[in-house]
Design a protein around this ligand. Structure first.
Ligand code: ZN
Length: 318
């Protein structure tokens, strides 16, 4: 079974979630909105986005995709566990992600998101696990916490005992406002790895801008050191991140730790330096970005074990 482990949705009305005005007005979101042909300020945006995503996954069956993990996105919380809406730009509740996956059971798996500073973090994890969560998604630089904070330890223990992998953003990020850039380092996930949590390091620690620190070498070191440390290929076709393909395709040990993820609706850019011109032109013509992302990675030469790996790590069987 081929799974895309990293697909985002947004939500605009409570109790589904919310988006800040700042995010709605930002260039990347205006571009996506134009590209998807949906109006986030329209009354049926949330529902239309769910239907569109189901359709795009269905259209990607011909290139081998079976289903996508649809990610909730928790609000910012402070260290005392209080929710901080002023600094929350994207919020997608677990209940809404559950609802979407229930509505589209063949093509969507539930990716929960639980801020580790929440007082009910472990209880919420247990609730999400019972509702079918296949992973937990974090984006520390945007959700404003450190994965190395000792407050996270009970959460790691619960993840390990429930055998739920943690999909955690590593490296830079430009689509969402950053609250704390110092927590981009994959090494901050050491406490989770040491407790036996399967960690998928989203983006393999790559830079989102040339001026940022490159954490790819840190990811490589951790992937070699810990059996249960993985990296995903989400957004790696962006020109700023595509330098990682060289390492993750050619290092024989690291290539065995890479799982498929797109980061939809982030634009997949055919990496011109690594593909023939005719292939790049053809890939630009593919309008379904989930499918384009797969076609790019097929052309780059990812092997069958790569395509099958996400389902294994997430313990999914047909
Ligand atoms: Zn993402």
């Amino acid at each position: 079974m081929v799974i895309d482990c990293h697909v985002h949705v947004s939500a605009t009305v409570m109790p589904h979630g919310r988006m800040s005005r700042q995010l709605l007005k930002s260039l990347p979101f205006r571009f996506m909105r134009w590209r998807l042909g949906l109006d986030p300020e329209g009354p049926a945006f949330d529902q239309e986005l769910g239907i569109l995503l189901d359709h795009l996954v269905g259209e990607s069956e011909v290139v081998g995709l079976d289903a996508a993990v649809v990610l909730a996105f928790d609000a910012v919380h402070d260290r005392t566990g209080r929710i901080d809406f002023d600094n929350t730009h994207l919020y997608v509740t677990n209940d809404y992600a559950i609802e979407l996956c229930t509505r589209h059971p063949k093509r969507m798996f539930f990716g929960a998101s639980i801020h580790p500073y929440r007082r009910d973090a472990v209880a919420e994890l247990e609730r999400c696990a019972a509702a079918g969560a296949v992973l937990v998604k974090w984006l520390p630089i945007v959700q404003n916490f450190s994965p190395a904070d000792p407050v996270c330890e009970p959460f790691y223990e619960a993840l390990a005992s429930l055998k739920i992998p943690l999909l955690c953003h590593t490296g830079g990020e430009t689509s969402l406002p950053n609250l704390d850039k110092s927590v981009a380092d994959p090494a901050l996930l050491l406490p989770a790895l040491k407790r036996g949590v399967s960690v998928i390091m989203a983006h393999c620690g790559t830079r989102s801008k040339p001026t940022e620190t490159d954490y790819l070498p840190t990811f490589v070191r951790l992937a070699k050191e810990f059996e249960h440390c993985y990296g995903d290929t989400a957004a790696l076709s962006l020109p700023t991140r595509s330098y990682a393909y060289e390492t993750i395709l050619n290092d024989p040990y690291v290539s065995r730790k890479i799982v498929h993820g797109s980061d939809w609706p982030i634009l997949p850019v055919p990496p011109g330096m690594k593909l023939r011109l005719a292939d790049s032109i053809r890939l630009w013509g593919e309008s379904n970005w989930l499918r384009r992302d797969i076609l790019i990675k097929q052309k780059l030469g990812f092997d069958q074990a790569y395509w099958d790996r996400a389902a294994k790590v997430l313990r999914l069987t047909k």
